[in-house]
Design a protein around this ligand. Structure first.
Ligand SMILES: *Cc1c(COP(=O)(O)O)cnc(C)c1O
Length: 431
């Protein structure tokens, strides 16, 4: 797999170079030159295939040139060891429950895959590895957990002050090989600091530092797997002629970009819906073709509070800048806090089902924009208990608390506080 930068000014890179650096030297995101198409035979059998079987095929197609099938099998078996079931809400409307991994959000998929893939592909020698990422809520926990047994690896999690729940912070700030860095700024400022550090030679020290966000393809590409798995489950129930529509809660657009890459590889989904909260730069982009980063507003669906989504560059690249082609595959809708809350409440009242605020944003779009002859799937991207206070307040009922969250509460947290400046971050990482 050959990679290019979305900014087009860096030399091409191998997959190993791309994931070791995280970000291209010109500041662009790495993107595969081409995405291979999966064979027709795969789609003939997909309805009967398990999550892992689907992941083997996709990973072999993507990484078969650089990894043996036995090491691919090992990576898949160790990283995707939880279920991602499709749950019916009513009639033709479903939710894909992406929250059964160890830290209870969809980010476990990419983070765990990356943690198993990285040591196989990028040799660490005898040195130390540093991972750096910005977290809007769930990626800090997912990446820290995924790397917790990786020897001599430090995970630096930058998170915006006041935006995460105590439980979310405790998922990473209690782990030994983590620096939990609270930034006096927004998620977008955290992300800008991460990019600055990755591009700064003094800090990144020749590939010793890489990104743990979806800007790293080692985390981004594996996210394709759950779209195939969702489709497989839908046609297993409704037959191969089912017109499947998938709605995705969008923040940094990592998950959404993975959906479009899956389509490029042949996934026969009819269309994708991008669901934004009030931070609607992507929905505006679909409308107008103009991309104007905004200062992020704080909403009920916190994990989607992103005003300058990185992966938009990949989406534009994937479609060769052709907005009408993109609009052919994609619709977008944005919802206010009142609308998100109303879907959470409605879903609880009518179906006794708690959905997290992010998932509710996607579900609202499915409820409104999927036709009766289509199958609508909303991604439930986090367990409702990860936003327990909001869920409780909106629905009047407390979500069931999974065991994973209870234990983390009791451990000691270590937090480093910094202003949103590169020099403050450099002092910590060089420490
Ligand atoms: C990160 C996150 C999102 C947004 O996903 P992106 O890939 O950043 O667009 C949505 N929901 C939850 C629960 C998340 O943690």
């Amino acid at each position: 797999m050959i990679l290019h930068s979305t900014n087009g000014k860096s030399p091409k890179a191998s997959f190993a170079e791309g994931i070791a650096n995280g970000l291209a030297p010109d500041g662009g995101l790495y993107m595969p030159d081409t995405l291979p198409r999966l064979p027709q035979a795969f789609f003939k059998n997909i309805a009967e295939m398990s999550l892992k079987e689907i992941a083997y095929v996709i990973s072999n197609t993507l990484f078969g040139e650089i990894l043996s099938s036995s090491s691919i099998k090992k990576i898949v078996d160790e990283s995707l060891n939880f279920s991602i079931p499709l749950r019916q809400i009513r009639d033709n409307i479903y939710v894909l429950e992406l929250f059964n991994g160890p830290t209870l959000s969809f980010k476990d998929v990419g983070a765990r895959f990356m943690a198993h893939l990285l040591p196989v592909i990028v040799s660490q020698g005898s040195g130390h590895r540093e991972i750096i990422l910005a977290s809007s809520g769930d990626s800090g926990g997912a990446v820290a957990n995924a790397f917790q047994r990786a020897s001599s690896t430090t995970v630096n999690v930058l998170f915006p002050r006041g935006e995460l729940t105590t439980q979310q912070i405790s998922q990473f700030a209690t782990l030994r090989n983590v620096r939990a860095i609270e930034v006096d700024g927004s998620f977008d400022e955290c992300q800008a600091l991460v990019k600055e550090a990755l591009l700064n030679d003094a800090i990144s020290r020749g590939g010793k530092l890489t990104s743990g966000n979806s800007i790293n393809l080692a985390r981004e590409l594996p996210s394709m797997v759950y779209f195939f798995h969702a489709y497989a489950q839908a046609i297993n129930i409704h037959g191969t002629d089912a017109k499947v529509v998938i709605s995705i809660p969008c923040g940094n657009l990592g998950s959404f970009c993975a959906a479009l890459m899956a389509k490029k590889m042949g996934l026969p989904v009819k269309r994708f819906i991008a669901a934004n909260n009030a931070n609607d730069v992507f929905v505006e982009f679909l409308k107008t073709g103009g991309f104007t980063p905004q200062k992020a507003l704080i909403t009920l669906a916190r994990a989607m509070d992103v005003g300058n989504p990185s992966n938009i560059a990949r989406i534009i690249d994937l479609y060769g800048g052709n907005l009408s082609l993109l609009r052919h595959d994609v619709e977008g809708y944005s919802y206010s806090d009142e609308e998100i809350a109303s879907t959470m409440k409605e879903t609880w009242n009518a179906h006794s089902y708690h959905i997290d605020p992010q998932g509710a944003t996607a579900l609202r779009a499915v409820n409104r924009h999927v036709n009766a002859d289509e199958i609508g799937i909303a991604l439930a991207s986090a367990h409702p208990a990860k936003n327990a206070a909001i869920v409780n307040k909106v629905t009047g009922a407390a979500p069931i608390m999974p065991r994973e969250l209870e234990t983390e509460f009791n451990r000691q947290m270590k937090i480093i506080k910094i202003p949103a400046t590169p020099s403050a971050l450099h002092r910590i990482i060089n420490n």
